[in-house]
Write a protein that binds this ligand. Structure first.
Ligand SMILES: Cc1cc2nc3c(=O)[nH]c(=O)nc-3n(C[C@H](O)[C@H](O)[C@H](O)COP(=O)(O)O)c2cc1C
Length: 373
């Protein structure tokens, strides 16, 4: 039996459930075309905005690597290391809307069956700023974008009314989503920041505003490490650093925890999972928790800029998995481990005495020796 990799997500049919995330792999027409040729089911464009963008004077992304025989992680290039994470402080696309518009048309004309999601971002501090969301949305959908992804999660914004600062404010999330939905003729996905206390609340706010899906995670806010010799941050400009984002293998378990919270609380809604995916076994986690698509950034950046080997391994891996397990579509296994994430007190204890998560008096065992934690 050969499994069918195609999926329908927010009403859109994808040849396979693997997309390139909004990031350098989707920053240009040539990259997007190469991605479609390589077999990606869809792409989310690098985020398009209307405000001026100037990146830092130096590298925008570096990769942290671990050494097998020492606890050290560092951005320094050295042999025999394994990838730990990516760290970036790259802003959204530095190309204006006018640059993107004709290219979206051209790409969609050449690849009508492939899915192009336009990632957009504006401010939220005034009616004019909110109208900018509508301007971006209408321009991209008029050119053939199949869906819109709202960047409510960029971790590098000084502006309090933009990026992850919107994603931390449930009121603003609802307003921005609603404003875009007023003009949208295509599905609207809201990309949330993992940097909040209870992401379920932000997801609810997006759905309240009319979002068709949640995308999660964007990168986790972080700063580079300090070199013990030079006492300089491993990545800096004139000795200074600022907030950046961690992606890649290191964030996979953290991103899954956020996703599990949302898919459990809102099981009837649609979710696109991102964070630390490089092969099918990792994407599978997101599917088993209930996601209908997954997205990849860091792993693709390290594989010829757009991940031709990554997409091949994802689709081959999914096909082999479905054949081995006898599944014919993603729907056969989507969400089947969602209910296995439970409160702590539901986990079996070695003796019969019940544990109530610390709520009731159970009496403490006499402690001799080292406590567990
Ligand atoms: C260099 C770089 C630039 C990025 N730019 C954007 C962006 O413009 N818009 C966006 O929504 N996410 C952006 N991201 C976040 C990624 O889309 C993705 O959410 C994140 O990297 C986690 O996925 P990964 O673990 O596969 O890297 C960027 C990530 C990196 C590493």
């Amino acid at each position: 039996m050969t499994g069918d990799l195609s999926v329908t997500f927010t009403g859109i049919r994808f040849e396979n459930p693997f997309l390139l995330a909004s990031a350098p792999p989707t920053e240009s027409e040539s990259n997007i075309v190469k991605a479609f040729e390589a077999g990606w089911g869809g792409v989310v464009t690098k985020t398009i905005g209307l405000h001026p963008v100037v990146n830092v004077d130096g590298p925008k992304t570096k990769f942290l690597r671990a050494t097998p025989d020492s606890p050290r992680i560092s951005m320094q290039k050295r042999p025999g290391t394994a990838l730990h994470s990516s760290w970036n402080w790259e802003l959204i696309s530095d190309k204006p809307l006018d640059w993107w518009v004709p290219r979206i048309t051209k790409i969609k004309k050449a690849y009508p069956q492939r899915i192009l999601v336009a990632s957009i971002m504006a401010g939220s501090g005034s009616d004019d700023e909110l109208r900018n969301w509508q301007k971006l949305a209408t321009a991209c959908q008029a050119e053939g974008a199949d869906a819109l992804e709202l960047n409510l999660s960029c971790p590098h914004m000084d502006r309090k009314d933009m990026g992850s600062n919107i994603g931390k404010d449930q009121g603003l999330i609802s307003i921005v989503t609603e404003v875009v939905k007023e003009v949208a003729k295509v599905p609207v996905w809201a990309k949330l920041t993992p940097s909040t206390t209870d992401i379920v609340e932000e997801a609810r706010a997006a759905f309240l505003g009319g979002a068709d899906a949640i995308t999660s995670s964007n990168t986790f806010p972080s700063i580079p490490l300090i070199d013990p010799e030079t006492l300089e941050f491993e990545m800096n400009v004139d000795g200074l650093v600022s907030s950046g984002g961690l992606g890649g293998p290191a964030i996979l378990p953290q991103s899954l925890a956020k996703m599990a919270q949302m898919t459990q609380a809102l099981p009837d809604h649609s979710f696109s999972g991102i964070g630390g995916i490089a092969e099918f076994s990792q994407a599978l986690n997101y599917f088993l928790l209930g996601c209908g698509t997954t997205q990849v950034c860091t792993a693709a950046m390290l594989d010829h800029a757009i991940g031709p080997n990554i997409i091949k391994s994802l689709t081959d891996g999914m096909r082999a998995f479905m054949e081995a397990k006898g599944y014919s579509t993603l729907e056969d296994f989507r969400g089947i481990r969602r209910d296995r994430v439970v409160t702590h007190s539901k986990i079996r204890r070695p003796d019969a005495k019940a544990y109530h998560g610390g709520y009731e008096t159970e009496g403490y065992a006499a402690t001799t020796g080292t406590p567990d934690r």
